[in-house]
Ligand binder design. Structure first.
Ligand code: NAD
Length: 475
């Protein structure tokens, strides 16, 4: 792993779309491999997971280079947010493979005894993983870990908007894992549409809610279940009991990482009036501390993915409300970390997910007002609360809903593989990470096994009155 940032990005390789006429055959071959029982043996699954781990570690330099080309990500950030979480995810799956795949015993009601019951995890078959551009390596391979562990084949569709990462996956992943069981299909809308015409046993889609509706409609034709990992406006509530110095650092870290292009980034701040000015001051000095006085020169600050997203995010900045930052440079796809104050719910920046380095700050009178504002919107993917007051914490947790919550930090709840990662309502459905990923790509098949040494005739016809009386005793 290289930890230094190279200043001159290499030429971005263009993604090479898979020919759409080849797509049915690619999916068919994966299905044949699944039907040949290739993916079921635990030793095979473990070997594929080991191959995946090897890809991530041996190709770490190439992965960092691709992420630099696609998003000008700092090598440290690529390691922290893409490579390292993958190594943890794979190691966790390998360590727990035997336990996760073992039948799970359940209690048997006395009316059914003598009998025993288990839930037996079955692989689903051939799954489709469609991923976005913002964490383009992690969001392809992290769901793949669960899919492999559960014994599936998986067709991978990386984002065309991160072409260097897409190319790297298409060219090299098959050197480490079975390329027929885990093929990479490159391309954009036509290729994804061709994929969605095929029948899959599960679709895991990560991206925006508009395309999620297209994915779900296509899945409905085949009655294919879907996991939808979406986004939305994730609120960050700062109560006046919060420790403002550490609060500012943790918000700025979560917001400006990857130039704000993070699904769980704090989208906007709701801050108690009494500590508003102090928080803004702390955020300003934190941004300077993180990226220096000329952020555009900082090797640690990425770029907006393309011109279209640059134009969208830049248009959200109202110069009259900028409290810090606001500088943009379209030729470099650079937008400075920007704080906006005196923002209202009617402002353009408060309409949709920002997905960029613009942070609106809204004053609230009390925690009730913050809860009302959060609940007046769609259910967010993440919610952040900064407060030392336990009563406030309980109020916010018990009266709001979100895909996940971190208290007194940002982003971190999704780094704990013991917790599911996913949205709720408009921010998504289903979840993965750790055992949750394994379960997502499994069918927990209930198996009841009945003893034959005794066979009381109570449920068999003729249904006599003594049988009715006996049955009612179990009611
Ligand atoms: P994107 O444009 O890369 O699209 C995602 C995938 O959908 C790509 O593979 C793309 O080829 C495919 N696609 C695009 N249009 C399509 C169409 N018409 N038909 C079929 N497939 C199509 O990514 P995006 O949507 O810009 O991603 C950003 C969104 O993703 C944000 O809302 C963000 O919050 C969310 N996101 C969520 C998570 C999460 O884990 N919950 C992670 C990252 C991003």
């Amino acid at each position: 792993m290289s930890t230094t940032q190279e200043s001159a990005p290499a030429a971005t390789p263009s993604a090479q779309p898979t020919a759409t006429q080849d797509i049915p055959g690619i999916v068919q071959r994966a299905r044949e491999r699944f039907n040949e029982d290739v993916t079921r043996p635990l030793a095979w699954r473990d070997a594929q997971l080991a191959g995946l781990a090897e890809f991530v570690t041996k190709e770490a330099d190439a992965i960092q280079e691709a992420l630099r080309d696609d998003l000008r990500k700092a090598d440290f950030e690529s390691y922290m947010a893409e490579i390292w979480p993958l190594t943890i995810e794979v190691a966790d799956a390998r360590k727990n493979l035997k336990r996760w795949t073992s039948p799970r015993k359940v209690k048997t009601p006395s009316v059914l005894k003598p009998a025993s019951g288990v839930l037996r995890p079955d692989p689903l078959g051939v799954v489709l993983i469609v991923s976005p551009w913002n964490y383009p390596m992690n969001l392809v391979l992290a769901p793949l870990v669960g899919a492999i562990a559960a014994g599936n084949c998986a067709v991978l569709k990386p984002s065309e908007l991160a072409p260097a990462t897409s190319r790297l996956l298409a060219e090299r992943l098959s050197n480490y894992v079975d390329g027929e069981c885990f093929p990479v299909v490159e391309g954009a809308v036509p290729e994804t549409t061709a994929l969605l015409d095929q029948r899959f046993d599960h679709i895991c889609y990560t991206g925006g809610a508009r395309v999620a509706r297209i994915v779900m409609a296509a899945a409905a034709k085949h009655l294919t279940p879907t996991t939808l990992e979406l986004g939305g406006k994730s609120p960050c509530i700062v109560h006046d009991s919060a420790k403002l110095g550490v609060t500012a650092k943790r918000i700025a870290w979560g917001k400006f990482m990857n130039c704000g292009q993070t699904c769980v980034a704090p989208d906007y701040i709701l801050v108690s009036e009494s500590c508003h000015d102090a928080l803004v001051k702390e955020l300003k000095s934190t941004i300077d501390e993180f990226y220096g006085s000329d952020v555009q020169q900082s090797p640690d600050y990425p770029r907006i993915v393309n011109e279209a997203h640059f134009d969208r995010v830049a248009a959200l900045i109202d110069p009259d409300k900028v409290a810090h930052g606001g500088q943009t440079d379209r030729s470099d796809r650079f937008i400075a970390p920007t704080l906006m104050t005196d923002v209202t719910a009617d402002d353009a920046v408060m309409q949709d997910e920002i997905f960029g380095p613009v942070l609106p700050i809204i004053k609230i009178r009390d925690v009730d007002e913050a809860i009302r504002m959060v609940n007046s919107r769609e259910k967010p993917l993440a919610l952040y609360l900064f407060a030392e007051d336990k009563g406030v914490e309980e109020q916010v947790l018990s009266r709001t809903t979100a895909g996940g919550v971190t208290v007194n930090h940002t982003i971190l709840h999704l780094s704990n593989g013991n917790m599911p990662f996913g949205g709720v309502g408009e921010s998504g459905m289903g979840a993965y990470h750790g055992k949750w990923g394994f379960d997502t790509f499994s069918h927990l098949k209930p198996v009841l096994k009945k003893a034959t040494w005794i066979d009381p005739p109570i449920t068999y016809p003729p249904y006599t009155s003594w049988k009715s009386k006996l049955l009612s005793l179990f009611g």
